[in-house]
Design a binder for this molecule. Sequence first.
Ligand SMILES: NC(=O)c1ccc[n+]([C@@H]2O[C@H](COP(=O)([O-])OP(=O)(O)OC[C@H]3O[C@@H](n4cnc5c(N)ncnc54)[C@H](O)[C@@H]3O)[C@@H](O)[C@H]2O)c1
Ligand SMILES: N[C@@H](CCO)C(=O)O
Ligand code: NA
Length: 433
Amino acid sequence: MSDDGKRALRVAVLGCGSVGSQVVRLLSEQRDDLAARVGAPVELVGVAVRRLDAPRDVEVPEGLLTTDAAGLVARDDVDVVVEVIGGIEPARGLILSALENGASVVTANKALLAEDGPTLFEAAAKAERDLYYEAAVAGAIPILRPLRESLAGDKVTRVLGIVNGTTNFILDKMDTSGAGFSEALQEAQDLGYAEADPTADVEGFDAAAKAAILASLAFHSRVTASDVHREGISEVTAADVASARDMGSVVKLLAICELRGDQVAARVHPAMIPRSHPLASVREAYNAVFVESEAAGQLMFYGPGAGGAPTASAVLGDLVTVARNRIAGTRGAGESAYADRAVQPMGETRTRYHVAIDVDDRAGVLAAVANAFADHDVSIQTVRQEGRGADAQLVVVSHAAPDAALSATVAQLRQMDIVREVTSVMRVEGGDE
Ligand SMILES: NC(=O)c1ccc[n+]([C@@H]2O[C@H](COP(=O)([O-])OP(=O)(O)OC[C@H]3O[C@@H](n4cnc5c(N)ncnc54)[C@H](O)[C@@H]3O)[C@@H](O)[C@H]2O)c1
Ligand SMILES: N[C@@H](CCO)C(=O)O
Ligand code: NA
């Protein structure tokens, strides 16, 4: 019981790293406001860490630190468990036991949700408890709650997201300074945006996990990370970025989730988007999610997608919601996967390509290149020639066609005698098909 006689809402935090330390700080600094908003005091009862003596960015009140995360979630006086350890295990086991023990759970763990979300959702439904995870996609940006609640009466048809700050920072540097990928990556590492092992960000794993979560919510279906076609940015060259610039476009790593008939398509890859598209204005390490729905039309959600404090903001928002639900004796919306849609294979997904080719400037070359597209039933939208003689370059932008037909076209072009080199191949998004 608290001073005013109201039963306090008891919170355990698992992990006290970048996000966890900011959650602990906000719980203390905003104590009075949180109590007023929830309708009862919010009391931190334990913080599970790996090492008691590790340096951390927040002073944890005496006696609350423990290395026994399993023991903390097994306590019967914990109302809400905040999981900010990350990774698959022990996070999954801890979340499952927290739910079994009757606690509601708030997590920022995109990797776990994308790999094994259904197990967690089923456990939450069985325990009749909340499982909230706004921080898992695009950090502080409210995007999961809008999909889950605000747009629940609409029909979302497409979600296009810049959901990885590290890769957006690298591509933005390449665009503004003409740097190559390695140089831009090095700068991102020097500034602390990219990790020493940048694989999860640079190869698109982080964005693919977020795409799976977005597609599941947007289309009321189960989509896991393994359903998402994934390509990273390590092969994006200064020539690709320059070619985009010449077209009035910019290269972005996009998470693209689409409703295609009865199927869903989810993919992550670099793509050129016109500079006039709202996502083109997303610079540095910012994130944004562009949503298209039948009734609302186009919406864009923009802001910081990472960082301890911004991510903790989303965690605390969820915490207040699940705390209010506990007090009201109710739950928020659970998993909504009634639509049960199949995932469209990437080869069948309709995409558009931009292809830049070094050719000789002589009669018949353009016709031969056009024939290669026609051989695969791919319609051409625009062709531009730059340079003359031995320096001629053709830039072809296709209409939408199955991705397999487009990649077969590029393979054929690479085999042709008149093609000296295919210098840039990039998908095109955000314009007319
Ligand atoms: N940092 C961000 O910008 C950001 C943004 C969005 C989502 N997230 C997600 O938030 C979660 C946490 O990320 P982070 O950046 O704070 O990571 P972090 O590595 O800074 O913190 C994780 C902490 O958990 C601790 N830990 C590991 N095993 C533990 C155990 N068994 N018991 C107790 N503590 C343990 C680690 O010692 C570490 O201090 C991850 O799921 C991540 O994907 C982070
Ligand atoms: N590493 C991620 C942040 C956490 O999701 C990014 O660069 O956006
Ligand atoms: Na978010």
